[in-house]
Every structure is written in structure tokens, then in C-alpha cells.
Design a protein around this ligand. Sequence first.
Ligand SMILES: [Zn+2]
Length: 400
Amino acid sequence: MHYRMEWRSFALTLLLNFSLAACGSDENTPTDQGISGPPGTGGNNTAGNAGNNNSSLGGSNAQGGETSAGQGGTSAGQGGTSAGQGGTSAGQGGTSAGQGGTSAGQGGTSAGQGGTSAGQGGTSAGQGGTSAGQGGTSAGQGGTGPMSCEPGRHLGDQSDDEEGFYQIKVNYVLPSDGIDEELDLNGKIEDSVKAWSQWFVAQTGGIAFRLDTCDGNLDIRFVRLSRTEAELKAKGVFIRDAIEEEMGQMGLLSSTKLESVYYGGDAAETCGSAAWPPALIGRVGAVYLKGTFSNPSIPPCASNPLGNVEQPTYFDFSMLHEIVHLLGFAPSCAPHHVLSGHVSDSPNDLMYAGSLPWNPTTLDVGNDDYFGANIPGCPDLSTSVFLSPLPANAQLPPGW
Ligand SMILES: [Zn+2]
């Protein structure tokens, strides 16, 4: 894959001839971390002909990065945002408190719950094993106020199963004129998140990313941006910043959440990018489902299918890769760190960047760079405050 460097002047060079030697290491000026270039038309990472993609990926990302200025504005907006969101969750607080106990076992039952805010009690009758517990709760709730978890599309944030914990929120984001494929409703995004989150758990031996859920179901938010697909694409490598900026202006950012964005529009020369603290503090990591490349030999991002629970595929790994960037990894102090947040020691590493085809199979190959590396003074993903269970001595992303 991928990766943009901060030197705009390198862009063309890298497009043609990306190499580790050329790209150096340890640069730590603000930069977005990008993924570009699907690994091949087959749409899965192991399916070959990814050969040249890394080069192109590297090249395509080899741009810009001076995004930190715009980001200050974003975070300013964040304060206001969380205030607004607080209001919501406060209203829902009573509900979620009562529901807390049952949510663990609820699984897919919230579908049945939804829409029934007036008559929560009645709904829960049909909920099977968990309904007993819930019945009691909802009786107390009567017709008062908002349901905490409803089926269907959500433009805001429903109540959080793990309120007060740092967590990752998933979003389906469209430009103003983007075609709504209902990926938040048809299970595609949910399946993708399941794929990468379950893969992560398998890699860590049981440690998960804490996801924003409501009654045990992924709480996906739908966001319709004000700018058109063309306007956003014209932002080039700063499309991520533009998305984050708009989400901030809409009051959708929270001080305790990172935003996993599935963007259903075109992007220039990339299939994904993220902030990388402390060099670039940001909330949004995105995959660009319809990203395209000027080099006709690089397949469009959309050649990769979305949503395959059994085994993560390109977009699933890409989303996870961007989230790991968002948390500040790989850190520049990692022994194999290269290219602003990547590692060089194996193309099988989730965070690899380099001249070989990216074929992710492993979280931190050798556990020597960013997960379980335990390098004194160097941040380690295993202690991130975004993990569940919460690690002892949990750490915020660097620079937060
Ligand atoms: Zn990357």
C-alpha cells in the first residue's frame, strides 16, 4: 500500500519510483497517512498482481501533509460538539442505565426494540432471553422520552453501551451528491467492521477495540456532507481533513471518540488515509470506497468488495490500518519505522509500507515495533485507552 509523504515535491518521483531508500524514515512533520491502491483486481490482499501497487500507492500518497493548521479549527469545533452530544446522551441516560445489564446478551435484538420508544415494554416481550430483564426496565420507562437504541438510519449518536470510555465510532459518509447505497443499513459496513475487529481480537489474543455500540449493535452513523464529490475529490490528499472539518462543523466529533469513516465517494489517488498523532492530531480515519487513480494500471478502490465477515479483505484491513494510524502507530520510535507511521520489516505486517505488495496477515510481525514491543519510552498499541478490556495504565494517543 500506500502512503503519502509530506513532501509535495516528491509526489511525481514517488509515483514512478517509490522505494524505501528514496522515502527515508523518521520524518515527523504533520502528514496524513494514506492507503491507496487496491492490491489488485481480485479484491483480496493475497490475490496477487499487487506487485506494482505499493509503488503506486507510495507514490499516490506522496503528497502534502501540512494539514495541522486546518485541524486546529476542527478541534475547536469539537468542544461545542460534545456539548451538543452530551445533551443527547443525558436524555438517554436513564434508559441506558437500565438497559446496561441486558445489552451484553442482546445481540441482534435491538432491531425488535426500535421504533417503539413509546411502548418499550411491549417490544421487549418479544425479545427472548433478554426480555425478562428488560421488561422490568422498560416498565419503569413508560413513554418517557427517547429510546436509546432504534433500528434504521441514524444521523446522530445513539446512547453508548460503554459511555465514558474512549471508543471508535463507525460512520457511513457521503458527499452531497453521492449515491446512497445504504451501506449502513444493508450490513456491508457492519460486516467489514466485524471482519477487522474480529481479526484484531484473534491477533491480540482477546483484546478488542472498543466500538461504539448501542444495545450490543454497532451504532453506525450516516453523514451527508455539504460538499459535492467533485469538490471533495479536488482536495486531493486533504480530503480526509475536509471530511473531518465538515464533521466537526456538523457537531459530530467527540473528545472521546475516533471516527472510522467509510466514505462512499471518489478520492484522488488513494483508498484510505488517517491522521497520525502526534505529527497530525485528528479524529478521522477513512477509507474511500470509490477512490480512483490516474495511473490506469491501478485498479479503482471499488474493485474491492466490501463486507466479508469470514476473512478480512482489502477494505477491512485498510480500515484497521487507518485506525492504528489514528492511534499514533507505528510510532516513529519503532525500530522498523518508515514512511510516517509504517513499518518495513514485513509486507505481512498490518502497518507495512514499502516496495513489496502489502499482504497483511499479522499485527506487528515479531511484536517488535508497535504491539507488545514494550520499548521504553515508545508508545505501544497494547496500552491504548481505546482497547477493551481497558489496559492497566491505559494511554491516550501521543499528543492528545
Ligand atoms: Zn498507512
